[in-house]
Design a protein around this ligand. Structure first.
Ligand code: PLP
Length: 229
């Protein structure tokens, strides 16, 4: 018996491989981040058993409960929710990646709380459609923030992340973030340029457009785990 999660996973893998084929990219370049917010821990274990290696969570209290309960660790934990400055300790202590750094104050605090562990992988969130309801710095501010993060010893700057609003054309929106990613990459100093390799964009509805533009981390919830309540 093949269950729903397994079926959904196969569908997503097929979509990823079709999109990579169309884009002339290697499927190995694209990692699936399974967005498990609001879903029970047993589904995360099942997903890990099927071979998923990256898990994304938005709500800190829910996430830390799951992270403590799931041992051995099912994979890398990615924080993809809004970062409030009073939550930076919990984030730095529990996660492997943070996708949503959008100001220097947050970076400084994450760095201060990330001690005696491997560096925390960090992405700078950019708000390309200037949607006031979303987090993210403007494209103009991104380079300055990236340079500030490079100076912090406990963080490893990896790339950019974006969430597009429904009204933005996904091909154009993701292409503009990919363009910004290339531009910033040329302006970082050497040791940081080598790890500037990640672009987190694309969700259930538009992962093909994101892969076409160059996404390396796609964040998929609904198409894997079903609708959220
Ligand atoms: C919930 C969420 C996703 C997953 O969205 P789906 O449409 O369910 O695939 C991706 N990224 C972020 C930042 C999210 O909050």
């Amino acid at each position: 018996m093949i269950n729903e999660l397994e079926q959904n996973f196969h569908r997503i893998q097929q979509r990823i491989s079709d999109a990579c084929h169309e884009a002339g990219r290697d499927v190995e370049e694209v990692q699936l981040v399974a967005v498990s917010k609001t879903k029970p821990s047993h589904l995360i274990s099942e997903a890990a058993n099927l071979g998923m290696k990256h898990f994304g969570e938005n709500y800190l209290q829910e996430a830390t409960g799951k992270i403590h309960g799931l041992q051995p660790k099912p994979g890398d934990w990615h924080y993809i929710g809004k970062v409030q400055s009073n939550k930076t300790r919990d984030i730095a202590e529990h996660f492997d990646w943070v996708h949503t750094v959008d100001r220097e104050k947050i970076a400084l605090r994450l760095n201060a709380h990330r001690t005696d562990r491997p560096k925390l992988n960090v992405l700078v969130q950019v708000n390309v459609d200037n949607d006031p309801d979303k987090g993210g710095c403007s494209g103009d501010q991104a380079l300055t923030l990236c340079r500030a993060i490079c100076d912090l010893p406990n963080l490893r700057l990896r790339g950019l992340m974006t969430i597009l609003s429904q009204e933005t054309n996904p091909r154009e929106g993701y292409e503009s973030v990919a363009q910004l990613h290339r531009e910033i990459g040329t302006q970082l100093a050497e040791p940081h340029r080598d790890s500037w390799d990640a672009l987190s964009m694309g969700m259930s509805r538009d992962l093909e457009d994101a892969i076409f533009a160059g996404a390396t981390l796609i964040r998929v919830g609904t198409a894997l785990f079903g609708e959220r309540r």
